[in-house]
Design a protein around this ligand. Structure first.
Ligand code: SF4
Length: 246
């Protein structure tokens, strides 16, 4: 494995900027070998990347964090990808079941503004980071894109992730919604069925609703925590790209 030293980050980003998504993924695998993985949310951008792993015949891990609170459709889509494409899918679990967590904290954390962050940390971020550290994985690819706006509007292809002492790669950081749809149709890739039911952004079932026409695509995330004067959380922070890393 080549080691990318910090000062190279700018040069690598310049290189990656002009590559295709496939070449960005290839760069990651050639540079980090099996320690380059994909973190899948099972949303449409992840469907594109999972299909790339299939078409490029990659055996690298595809990580999926089963929070215990997912829509049934999300789990079925994971199974469909495994069945159809024989991917090296690794499902990660939090230490506690939802029931154990609710008992420990004597409440459903996700129902409270001061509990949601801890719930996302325990059920998403910790299982992901534990796996990365335990197996020495160094680079996680994710489907975040600039066209999603918000904190993602200025994404670079490659970002350092201080939590893993490694990197996050955004192979389709410059793709539009239209490009995503075109790719999925062209290759007949399975897509999360809730996207067609006005769920542009999908997380855990208890923290996700559909959106009304004209609403922000992420308006359905943690809607129950929006209150007067507080717009509520927008990201779960499993992706360091959504935090202070940008
Ligand atoms: S999205 Fe909601 S249920 Fe899922 S981990 Fe975060 S707070 Fe918990």
């Amino acid at each position: 494995m080549k080691h990318i030293v910090e000062p190279d980050l700018m040069a690598v980003n310049k290189l990656l900027q002009d590559l295709t998504a496939a070449d960005r993924i290839r760069w990651a695998v050639e540079t980090f070998g099996k320690d380059a993985v994909l973190l899948s949310s099972m949303q449409s951008s992840a469907s594109v990347l999972m299909h790339y792993f299939y078409s490029m015949e990659l055996e690298n891990e595809i990580l999926f964090v089963d929070t215990g609170y997912h829509f049934r459709e999300t789990l079925l889509l994971r199974d469909e990808f495994m069945r159809r494409y024989k991917l090296n899918m690794v499902t990660l679990y939090p230490e506690l079941t939802p029931e154990q967590q609710e008992k420990n904290f004597e409440r459903k954390l996700y129902l409270f503004a001061d509990g949601q962050k801890e719930c996302c940390r325990l059920r998403k971020t910790v299982p992901f980071l534990n796996h990365m550290k335990q197996y020495g994985r160094k680079l996680a690819m994710v489907g975040l894109r600039r066209s999603e706006g918000g904190r993602r509007a200025k994404l670079n292809p490659l970002l350092q992730d201080p939590r893993t002492h490694g990197y996050t790669l955004h192979p389709i950081f410059d793709w539009t919604d239209k490009q995503i749809q075109t790719y999925l149709q062209e290759y007949d890739v399975p897509v999360h069925p809730l996207h067609k039911q006005n769920y542009p952004s999908i997380g855990c079932e208890c923290c996700t609703t559909s959106v009304e026409p004209g609403e922000d695509p992420r308006a359905g995330r943690w809607r129950h925590l929006v209150s007067a004067g507080d717009e509520g959380p927008k990201y779960c922070n499993i992706n360091c790209s959504d935090g202070s890393g940008i």
